[in-house]
Design a protein around this ligand. Structure first.
Ligand SMILES: [Mg+2]
Length: 426
């Protein structure tokens, strides 16, 4: 696949059809629940195209999905899989309509944990939204940033993403619109996936590639760093096994500058089309040198949380593209904004994820499907996770996932399916 700097296809198939919103009276599962009650006389919401409703209550459900195989971010110190912790968020409007979201912390990837998500939602964020107009998008976002202030960038974005997704789902249902319809984008009916390879040693690679191919995957993303010799051997082997696949290397900030400058041209020679997050997020002069070297496009992932630093880093000429993740950015609303900024600047946009289960995965599919991203998306929840809270769980077919067609995030949560996944230690 040749690598164009134009990250979007101009033509795409028509947007998905709308179906009626459901789940107006979902019963609470046996999970820990944080609830606040609306004030008795909430001010009437301003005029908007949807219904005049207020946010009546918000419930949270800590869950843990079993992990299949090995993914380094979910290993316990003793090497055993620890499960994928998450927190489901349900917003109920005053007319009974519900919207679902999901916070997906990975403490070995960034600083948020399931515990911090729960306490921040219950004690700081949820009380700010009760009684508010769900269509006051900017006012609600300001409340979140006021309650948990930014540090270098947005504070606790993964936690906040759970609320943003639930709000987007709720308002989409009230409007009767999918993401693509809401944003007036043609959209795509499917998203092509990339299979993640993070072998302990080179001897595992052939089998791991075969596992992906057996499930219909044609594209692979590899975890590299800190050992460049092992990384080059890994990429050479994967390129030999899958010569036509899109082979995307992600260092998760694991190289130092000298190593990254040395390995980038060698990865390019092998046919690796992009190098994601080669350095820690705060090594800005290193990014500038890597981009200037021009061996291959340099993407940032961990380094971009809000659109503010994205714009700053574009001006500073630090990057050629972004690996998007709604969870990392504080939700789908901010992620959409960043895609538009990156697209306008001529940057590459690759769809990525945080091993998203269920609802978080639905949000990524809604976003990437709406923008019809050109390259395969590293959405590896279906690869590494078991279990689902959805009435109709996602199924990968020929290495692709269908973009949900309904309003909001397009999926229906079955509350009875939460109980088996409930994290009772949370
Ligand atoms: Mg990454």
């Amino acid at each position: 696949m040749s690598l164009s700097r134009r990250a979007f296809l101009a033509d795409a198939t028509a947007a998905a059809a709308v179906s009626k919103a459901a789940a107006a009276a979902a019963t609470a599962a046996a999970a820990a629940t944080a609830t606040a009650t609306a004030p008795p006389a909430a001010a009437p919401p301003p005029a908007h195209p949807g219904k005049s409703v207020t946010i009546e209550r918000i419930d949270v459900f800590p869950v843990r999905y079993p992990v299949i195989g090995r993914f380094k971010f979910f290993e316990r110190p003793d090497g055993r899989p620890g499960g994928r912790a998450a927190v489901l968020v349900r917003i109920t409007a005053s007319d009974g309509t519900t919207g679902w979201g999901q916070s997906v912390p990975i403490p070995r990837w960034s600083y948020e944990t399931q515990e911090t998500v729960l306490t921040t939602l219950r004690n700081h964020l949820i009380p700010r939204w009760i009684g508010r107009d769900p269509f006051d998008e900017q006012g609600l976002a300001r409340e979140l940033d006021s309650a948990i202030a930014p540090s270098f960038s947005t504070g606790q974005p993964i936690c906040k993403a759970g609320l943003d997704l639930a709000l987007f789902d709720l308002t989409g249902r009230l409007l009767g619109q999918s993401a693509a319809q809401r944003w007036k984008l043609p959209g795509s009916p499917t998203v092509t996936l990339s299979w993640t390879l993070n072998p302990r040693h080179i001897g595992e690679v052939e089998d791991l590639v075969a596992q992906g191919r057996a499930r219909g995957y044609r594209h692979f993303n590899v975890k590299v760093a800190p050992d460049p010799r092992a990384d080059l051997e890994l990429c050479r082997l994967v390129k030999r096994l899958v010569p036509d696949g899109f082979l995307w290397a992600d260092a998760n900030g694991g190289y130092d500058e000298a190593t990254a400058l040395a390995v980038a041209p060698k990865l390019a020679d092998i046919g690796v089309p992009v190098l994601e997050q080669p350095l820690p997020s705060n090594r800005l002069t290193g990014y500038r040198r890597l981009k200037k070297l021009g061996a291959l496009p340099i993407l940032m992932d961990e380094g971009i949380v809000s659109h503010v630093e994205l714009q700053e880093f574009i001006r500073l000429e630090l990057l050629d593209g972004v690996a998007m993740k709604p969870a990392r950015c504080g939700g789908i609303t901010e992620a959409r904004r960043q895609i538009e900024i990156a697209r306008d600047a001529g940057l590459l946009v690759l769809g990525s994820g945080l091993t998203d289960p269920d609802v978080s995965l639905a949000a990524s599919l809604a976003l990437y499907g709406a923008f019809d991203l050109k390259y395969p998306a590293a959405l590896n929840g279906p690869q590494f996770l078991e279990g689902s809270v959805l009435r109709t769980p996602f199924t990968v077919t020929r290495g692709e996932l269908a973009v949900p067609k309904g309003p909001g995030l397009g999926v229906e949560v079955d509350p009875s399916r939460i109980e088996p996944l409930t994290d009772r230690d949370a």
